[in-house]
Every structure is written in C-alpha cells, then in structure tokens.
Design a protein around this ligand. Structure first.
Ligand SMILES: *Cc1c(COP(=O)(O)O)cnc(C)c1O
Length: 450
C-alpha cells in the first residue's frame, strides 16, 4: 500500500505541475524528458514546422474612415493650413497621452529635428544618447552638427543605463535623448535627475512608445519634449507621420513656428517679414484622418500585445539560455513595439544567433536580430571625418571620442538580442504557445544544428 501513497514532496510536485498546466494550457513542457519534442525533427532540417498558419498582418485598415477621407480629398483642403483634421488630431493625441500640447509633424524624424532645434542643440554641442535604437535617433544629432555621445546600455532592460550617464557629460553637453526602445519605459526619474544637475535638456525618443507608462504617467511628456513616430510599422500608423508632446506653452509655440517655416505661433511676438528660422515639417490632412481612425484601436491592441508579452516572458524564462527583457525601475506599462529577449548561445551548444534565428523562422516564427552595434556604424566615421566636424571639434576631442566609444554592455546586448515584431503579439494564446514550443524544440534539438 505504501507505494500508492504519494510522499508530501511528490504530491507538491504533482499539484504544481497540474496547476501550471492548467494556467498555461501548454501542449508540452519537456526539458530533460525524453520522447517528447526531442523526437521531432527541426523544420530547418526537413521536419514539420510548429506554426503553420498566417500571423496577423499590419496595419489594419478601418473602412469607416473612408467617407471622411474622400470628402477631404474632394474638397481640396489637403494641407493643414486650410483644414481642421491635423488640429483635431493634435488635440485628441494630447488628451490621450496626458500632455498639455501636441504638435503633429511629417514624421518622427522631423519631430526630433524640431525638438532639437527648439531646445537649442547647435553645431559643436554634445548630445548624450542611447546606442540601442533606430538610426534616426542619432542621425538628427548629426544633422545639427552636434556630437552624439553614446551611453552604454543595460542589457537586462535594453535601455540606456542611467548609472553611466554622468561620466560621459562634458562642458559641451547640452541635451540627452533617452529612447523608450520597443515601447519599454526608461527610468525617467534617474535621467531627469542627472539632466537637472547638469543643466541638460531632455528629449524623449518615444517613437516606439505610444501609451507606455512610467510611474503611471504616459511617456513622452516626462522630459522637456517627447517625440513620436506614426510610420507604417508603428502601433499608430499613417504611412508617415510624427508628433511632439510638451507641457511648456512657449516651447510648443516655438516648435509650431519652427515646423511651419518660422511663422510665429501662439504667444510669440507677431512680426513683419521673416524673423524666425524654420522649415516645413507639416503633417498633411490625409495623415491626420488616418491617425484619427487608427486611434480607435490602439488601446485595445496594446492590451492584447501586453497580455501576450507577459505570457511569453513567463514561459520563455523557463528555457535555458533565453532571457526575457526586464522592466526598468519605475516602468509601469510597456507597449512592446517589438518583443525582445536575449539568446545566450553558450546554452544552445554555441549555435550562432543567426542560425538560431533561421531555425526559428523555419519553424514558422518570424523573428530578427534587433539593433546592431550602432555606435560603430560606418556613417559615424563619415560624419566625424567630414570637413564640418573637423572644423567644429578638435582632433583631441575626436580622438577621445573614439577611445571612449567602447560599449561592452551594448555590444553584448546587440550580440544576444532577438525580437518578434509587434503584430505577432496580436496573435492568439495558442500562437504564443507555438513560439514557446518552437524555441523549446530548438533547444532540445540544439545538437542537431551544429
Ligand atoms: C521610427 C523611429 C524614429 C523615426 O521615425 P520616422 O517616422 O520613421 O521618421 C525615430 N526613433 C525611433 C526609436 C523609431 O523607432
């Protein structure tokens, strides 16, 4: 009879396995258990793939927007100067994001260019910036003939490491651009504290962080100005488009003026002739109408992405060598423009990340390798070596820049990062199980990959 009774330890194990099975409903969980997925051949080696159906496509079109768009096109009121839709979008987006003001722009890049200009970034200045980002974040610094100073990343959060900001500040530093990459909120209290101590302006690159929250507040209005992108791949998409958020009326008036050929706006002194510098970075009416219609779905979509991302993290962390992203201190809501994790090849029989990605793609799971070592891209030497840069920065300064441009943590992050695009996160729970099962399958068959 003794053999029929479970020991206490066995009972606990059995119960928790049962509960885990119920909670997650996963088809298999098989580390070290033979005769499960181990017998399955990897798709890259000719076996069956795990995920056989299509993934959600992006973007979605909302047909109910069509009559309004056709009406606008027929009226000829295509630019913001003689139409109401851009202004309406600005009002609605500011409300949605909890900011006083919003200025719509032609793109995220032009939003950043405007913000840098209005906050006084000038030729010969230095701007601190996160290296783990889309290239536009530091191209706009180069566009102002300023020097980007890359602050090393925290590989756990994929974000700027706030502890490493101060050591990179010099007497020429004027601003910092924290990037909420993948919609993961940066620890903004830490960034703002260093910025205040050194009189730096803070421009949030929130181009991937619509509705992300830090200590319960939406990012993009936590620094001096925050910039957003509505390019086609983004959660709020209109082909091209962008916005600046801010709470300072004067700064926002100047952003408006700058993006509109320098025409004074709001409380700015009216002038005769052209007294203010500016460019044309205006959003079109058609972009605003698309955005107004897309805004109807973003909160619901973000909820789905978040639930799926949290589920993935919970399950992926069980697989040896897979490290899900960790939220930064104070981050209360991430929006996952990508779902990122780190792949530790040493746990996968030293299979290079590129091969792991190909194997996962073959299983029907699209993924990619995240951002590269952007602080070492060719365009940087092209800029530093340019006539203008050599005039603005001493040889000694550029030499020191090159010596200091060592970012070991960001190098590691770039080597290990793997990402899933946001539309995968709009899939079902069983789609998420397919992702976990495919990675588990690769892990268990790692010896057949080398
Ligand atoms: C998309 C993006 C930008 C640039 O936005 P565009 O609208 O493409 O000009 C800047 N920074 C980050 C982090 C982005 O993802």
């Amino acid at each position: 009879m003794k053999s029929e009774k479970l020991t206490r330890r066995q009972a606990i194990t059995a119960t928790s396995a049962g509960i885990a099975g119920l909670m997650f409903g996963f088809p298999f969980r098989s580390f070290g258990i033979k005769n499960s997925s181990q017998v399955q051949k990897l798709a890259i080696n000719g076996g069956d793939k795990i995920h056989k159906t299509a993934w959600p496509q992006w973007p979605y079109w909302d047909q109910s927007a069509e009559p309004g768009i056709i009406e606008m096109f027929r009226s000829g009121r295509w630019w913001r100067g003689n139409g109401e839709h851009v202004t309406e979008f600005e009002k609605r987006y500011a409300e949605l994001m909890g900011a006083k003001r919003c200025l719509a722009t032609a793109s995220g890049t032009t939003a950043l260019l405007t913000a840098l200009n209005v906050l006084g970034v000038d030729a010969g200045d230095e701007v601190l910036v996160s290296p783990y980002t889309f290239i536009a974040t530091y191209n706009v610094i180069f566009a102002h003939k300023a020097l980007p100073i890359f602050v090393d990343s925290d590989p756990e959060t994929f974000l700027i490491d706030p502890k490493k900001i101060e050591e990179r500040i010099t007497e020429n530093s004027v601003a910092i651009i924290p990037v909420h990459i993948y919609g993961l909120p940066v620890d903004m209290d830490s960034v703002n504290t260093v910025a205040r101590a050194h009189n730096l302006r803070v421009i949030e690159d929130a181009c991937q962080a619509w509705l992300a929250e830090y200590r319960g507040k939406r990012v993009g209005s936590l620094g001096d100005l925050g910039c957003f992108s509505f390019q086609n791949s983004k959660h709020l998409a209109s082909g091209e488009g962008g916005a600046i958020l801010g709470n300072d009326e004067d700064l926002m008036d100047r952003c408006h003026a700058y993006h509109n050929c320098g025409r004074p706006y709001g409380n700015m002194k009216p002038v005769t002739g052209n007294q203010y510098n500016g460019l044309n970075y205006r959003m079109q009416q058609s972009q605003a109408l698309i955005l107004l219609s897309q805004m109807k779905r973003i909160e619901k979509d973000n909820d789905v992405r978040l639930a799926n991302a949290l589920y993935l993290s919970e399950r992926l962390k069980e697989i040896p060598g897979i490290i899900p992203v960790k939220p930064a201190s104070g981050a209360t809501r991430a929006v996952y423009h990508m779902y990122p994790f780190r792949y530790v090849k040493e746990q996968f029989n030293n299979i290079p990340k590129e091969k792991f990605i190909r194997a996962l793609n073959a299983e029907g799971i699209p993924c990619s390798g995240g951002y590269g070592k952007q602080n070492k891209e060719g365009l940087i030497e092209e800029q530093l070596g340019s006539r203008g840069f050599r005039r603005l920065f001493s040889e000694a300064r550029l030499k020191r820049w090159r010596e200091e441009n060592q970012l070991p943590a960001n190098d590691l992050l770039s080597e290990q990062a793997v990402t899933f695009y946001q539309s995968l996160l709009l899939g079902s729970r069983s789609d998420m199980d397919d992702i976990v099962n495919a990675i588990t399958k690769i892990y268990e068959n790692r010896n057949s990959l080398s």
